[in-house]
Design a protein around this ligand. Sequence first.
Ligand code: ACM
Length: 697
Amino acid sequence: MRAILCILTLLCLSACQPTRPVTQAPVPALIPLPVSVTPAAESFTLRDGDAIAAHGAAATEVARRFADLLAQTRGLRLREVDARAAVIEFVVDPTLAVAGAATPQALDEAYELRIDAHKIVLTARTPHGLFDGSMTLWQWLTAQTAKARAIRVPGVRIADYPRFAWRGLMLDSARHFQSPEFVKKFIAEMARHKLDVLHWHLTDDQGWRIQIKKYPELASIGAWRTPASLHGGAPRYGGLYTQDDIRDIVRYAAQRFVAIVPEIEMPGHAQAAIAAYPQFGVTGKRPAVSPDWGVHTYLYNVDDATFSFLEDVLGEVMDLFPGTYIHIGGDEAAKDQWQASAQVQQRMRELGVADANALQGYFTARIGKFLAAHGRRLIGWDEILEGGVPADATVMSWQGEAGGIAAAREGHDVVMAPSPLMYFDHVQSTLHDEPPGRPDVVSLADVYAYEPVPHALDEAQARHVLGAQANLWTEYMDTPQRVEHAAFPRAAALAEVLWSPPTRRDWQGFLARLPEQFARYRLFGIAYADSVFAPRVEALGAGASLRRNSDELRSCNPGGGLPLRLPGPALGGGEAVYRVDIFDPCWIYPQVDLDKLGAVDVVVAERPYNFQLWHDADKVVLRKPAAPGGELLVYRDACKGDALVRVPLAQAANIGGVAQLHVALPSDHGTHDLCFAFGRASVNPLWMIDTVQLQPR
Ligand code: ACM
């Protein structure tokens, strides 16, 4: 009976509704989803040579940019005409009322898009809103991406506005440098997602990337490093954005309503600057621009000459970047050098500051005052809270949500960028073909489920949350493709989190819209990640596979250590990715039947140990080798005690840093874990395991 009812219901659903034309154009997939989409019965056909009109200079510029984008992507050219005759009209109307748009950011960007059988009218309160709406219209016209002489789309009325004003991505151009062309491509893609803040990480220990005319050695010295290598000879690596490059990028971003927030790190993450101008460091010694990743100890000094230097730098930065916010970093300022310096200690007594954290507070306050005097606002990572922070400073919460919660409660504006969810250097899946990076997965679904307003905040405090951003730290993103792979489509999920009302969020609906989004990425050659749709093939049944790669082996410190997926040489040439705990490199092949095991073939590789671990350095485990040049160690059960076998690595080290070792094992009984580790006299080189293949007796 139930089945019959079901069938009847289905029949009725298709038969009892008003008939629709069978040629109805499919509803295009929009990301981020607008606040309200009301389909209309009719459809509209846009033809090559149709007319577009805009009212006023700002609207005309948005309309031209839209027409260019449409011509580039669909091959269909629009004619610009004066109002009436046009089939597309772009209008800025400051009195536009969009239902539900009440907050300043919602009002600023609210727009309405109407498409009926004869006309497309896009209206917004501001040019920014008009641009947002033009991106929605472009998506509406790119449900298919083939070039066309005519595009037929469903009629619709869209009313829309953003949930948050700060919809950001952070690009780290210090660890790896991206070309100005790439930065512009990245900005254009952000804009198509309605992401409107590019936080640009321009200075760090490993490179200074912005030309400062008063201090040319920031370019000639600070922008270049000698990469870590085991045997020397690595060519210098680096790059710099000239002031002309930056002006061009800022202009390009402004045309797409993307604000750029430049970050000049202080007082830590300053080694490249101090390599160029050691007099502004604490020790007076000149370090190298660092080839290492991690927490470094070079800090700026706190004397007046150093502040003059920083103010000169910020002066040139403010001339280049017209936006409100200047990011001064403030994170991971290891205070060892300040504590060890008699001069700094003397200065602290003169200033009456109690400790090193308070000295960072003095530092932040002094820079904040300078920025405020120039009409700008200071933003910094959440450590700026530790030593006291100017009342009008904005805090970027990265150490989870705690900094953001504390700051909002103190009345500071907050941008949420919590690790790990907003750290897009994490891999996106457990697939072995993920690129190098942090191995704890931040999947597309994880990002889509992110809620930027911490539950701990009350309504008034929550209003301090300006929005959120994801951070693209580029230690392991050494190519533009790797940056794009990390960014997209997770940035699409983030865009929907930050733009659309939470009640509209719908993971299945988002997934259904993704294939169209991917087709749009392909129009621009974006190397997006498709891991969310990748089939996963798993071997079923015991003994199905006797080979495990480093992602499939277990660490001997599950949940501990500092696991990374690192690039290294591949057997047979090219690059392979090795999962390794850089505190204690050890891998477990679980539950091996030793009665049947005769040998193991282990692919091992070496790479430079280029990590600065600060106080974590004492967590590094070194297992004593019996042979010079190190050994592969194989243990039964836990990774300690007497090794079953020790295999000298000198031979492997001599053949390009990667080798397959055939390791015969003594006869044994029972089912046991096998642990693989390395005996080494020092951290360098870092030996890693790619695969372990069991060879039955
Ligand atoms: C950071 O990840 N050190 C902000």
